[in-house]
Each structure stands twice: as structure tokens, then as C-alpha cells.
Ligand binder design. Structure first.
Ligand code: ADP
Length: 298
């Protein structure tokens, strides 16, 4: 079987499991009613600013993410996207409301959720294999199992040959793949990704989109992916949630019903992104007005 046919196969398997229902409409508004893997109930969060005032970053966020779903969160800069991921990761507490994973309240970080962000957090003094091993070592995973998982996950991200390399010997895209392998190796149920590909060149990002989509289909992980790039969200997501500019609220949710695998250049992806972008523009204009003090051009 050719690699392309093999990847089509993964996706038809998912479709037959009714995870994807390609229909006449590329996009529909939709709330998720299935039993949730992750649920945000009435989440509000305010920060204390330097002058002692309170800044309401998130306001009454209600979202359900089902097991194995790929949810993308988009919104203008400063709308609270990262804050939302930190809440789910258990790194912040909400001012009110609750975060539930498998119907249990999140009270702090847990090995069932892993946050991957742009800065990666790889250790330059460790080899690729040792970086992937690190989290497992901290968790007390036995050595034989660690070695087997290093092998498995580096193969999954196509870096098996680079086990002994140091991160400075790798390109940006390869380092991002090491970070992904490290996160996958601790086998979390939920991957929280905060603009992981924003700093990469377009070609590398395209390759990583393909790889992330394939890995997601193969591993069945639940992914919550934050981006300010609507086209990236449509290319990757089963669903896109659009947040408003300060305070962040869920303005609208879109079920993306385009066939997989998808590509950024697909006309259908561009058209769907365009519809969401029209809704996002109002929020971007509000953020420009607040940051620069003038009205954005319509
Ligand atoms: P986004 O990821 O959408 O760009 P963030 O979640 O980083 O937004 O931030 C949301 C809002 O909260 C922004 O206005 C930001 O300035 C503010 N904020 C974020 N972190 C803090 C903090 N630790 N203290 C005070 N304000 C913060």
C-alpha cells in the first residue's frame, strides 16, 4: 500500500466509526452534547493587574470536548486562549466555575493532561532519547518500558535515527517533533497544544500538520489546540470554538465536516476559514481599538 493510501485508510476507519460525518455542509454551528472527556462549566477567571485592578480574562466559558475529539480554539490575541489551556492543565485555578476531566474536578496538574507550547521546554544537555525519557523517568516508569516507548514514539514522529542527537543539532520542526514524542510517551489522554507551530516556516508547519493529524488518528488522543490562525484550525479541527476579545467568551462553535486528510491549500479549507474569519474580524477590531486606540478599517 502506498503511504497516501495507508493514510486514507486510517481516516476511513475513523469515518466508519462515525467520528467524521462528511456532509453537504462544510461547516455548521454546533454544541457538543456527548459525554465529555473535558468539560468547562461556567469558567470565569480574573487576573490582578500591576495597578491592583482586576482584569476579567475569561467569562462564563462552557465547553465540552468528547474523547478523541480534535478541538481548536481561535480568537484574537489577549482573549484568554492560553489561560484556558492553563486552567485545563491545572496550572491556574478559575475564579469561578469548574474544569472536569472524565467528570472529575481538576484540582492541579495530572499525568492525564500534557501541555505543549511554542517554547518546547526541551533540555539542551540531554539527547533526543533522554528528552523523551525524562517525563517517564519522573513518573517512575521501569527502564525496559521506557526504552520501548522511546523507540515507539520516536518512530511515530519519524525521528528514530536521531535518538543520540542533541537538540541544537536539529531543525525547529524536528525539535517540535521531539516535544511531541516526549508528550506522547507519557501517554496522556489529553494533549493541550498552545500555538505549537507558530514559530515554524510554512513548509515545516505543513509537514507537522500532516504528522499531527496522522498521530492523532493512530493514537485516539483528545487534542485541544490553540491558534490565532483560523485556516490552521479548520485544517486540523473536528470543531472550532471562537472566543471573543476581552473578556473571553465562546462566541460561536463550528463543526468542521470536511473530509480528512485535509491540507491548508484545499479550497474547501480556505472557504470554511473565510466564514469563521468574518466572525472573528469583529473581535480582532475590538482588540486593535483597545491596543492602539483607533478604529480598525472595516
Ligand atoms: P491569549 O492566549 O488569547 O493571547 P492570554 O490567555 O495569554 O491570551 O491572556 C488573556 C488576558 O489576560 C490578556 O489580557 C493578558 O494580558 C492577561 N494576562 C495573562 N496572564 C496574566 C497574568 N499572569 N497576570 C495579569 N494578566 C494576565
Amino acid at each position: 500500500m502506498t503511504p497516501k493510501a495507508a493514510s486514507q485508510d486510517i481516516f476511513s476507519e475513523h469515518r466508519s466509526a462515525s467520528r467524521w460525518k462528511p456532509g453537504a455542509f462544510a461547516i455548521r454551528e454546533g454544541r457538543e452534547n456527548a459525554l465529555a472527556k473535558v468539560e468547562l462549566r461556567g469558567i470565569s477567571l480574573s487576573y490582578r493587574t500591576n495597578d491592583g485592578a482586576r482584569l476579567l480574562a475569561l467569562d462564563d466559558i462552557n465547553l465540552k470536548v468528547r474523547a478523541g475529539e480534535f478541538l481548536c480554539i481561535v480568537g484574537p490575541s489577549g482573549c484568554g486562549k492560553s489561560t484556558l489551556l492553563h486552567l485545563i492543565a491545572g496550572l491556574h485555578s478559575a475564579t469561578s466555575g469548574s474544569v472536569l476531566v472524565d467528570q472529575q474536578s481538576v484540582t492541579g496538574p495530572g499525568t492525564d493532561r500534557i501541555l505543549i507550547f511554542q517554547e518546547l521546554g526541551l533540555f539542551p544537555w540531554l539527547t533526543v532519547a533522554q528528552n523523551v525519557e525524562f517525563g517517564m523517568k519522573m513518573k517512575g516508569v521501569p527502564k525496559a518500558e521506557r526504552e520501548q516507548k522511546i523507540e515507539k514514539y520516536l518512530r511515530l514522529v519519524h525521528l528514530a535515527k536521531f535518538q543520540g542527537s542533541y537538540t541544537h543539532q536539529l531543525s525547529g520542526g524536528m525539535r517540535q517533533r521531539v516535544a511531541l514524542a516526549r508528550a506522547l510517551a507519557s501517554e496522556p489522554d489529553v494533549l493541550l497544544m498552545d500555538e505549537p507551530f507558530a514559530a515554524l516556516d510554512a513548509q515545516t508547519r505543513d509537514i507537522l500538520h500532516d504528522e499531527l493529524e496522522r498521530i492523532w488518528a493512530e493514537t485516539g488522543r483528545t487534542i485541544i489546540f490553540v491558534t490565532h490562525n483560523v485556516r490552521e484550525a479548520v485544517r486540523l479541527g473536528d470543531r472550532v470554538a471562537l472566543l471573543t476579545f476581552r473578556p473571553g467568551r465562546v462566541k460561536r462553535e463550528y463543526a468542521i465536516e470536511l473530509q480528512r486528510p485535509r491540507h491548508l491549500e484545499d479550497v474547501s479549507v480556505a472557504q470554511t476559514a473565510r466564514e469563521i474569519l468574518d466572525d472573528l474580524r469583529e473581535e480582532i477590531n475590538k482588540s486593535i481599538e483597545e491596543q492602539y486606540g483607533y478604529e480598525a478599517v472595516q
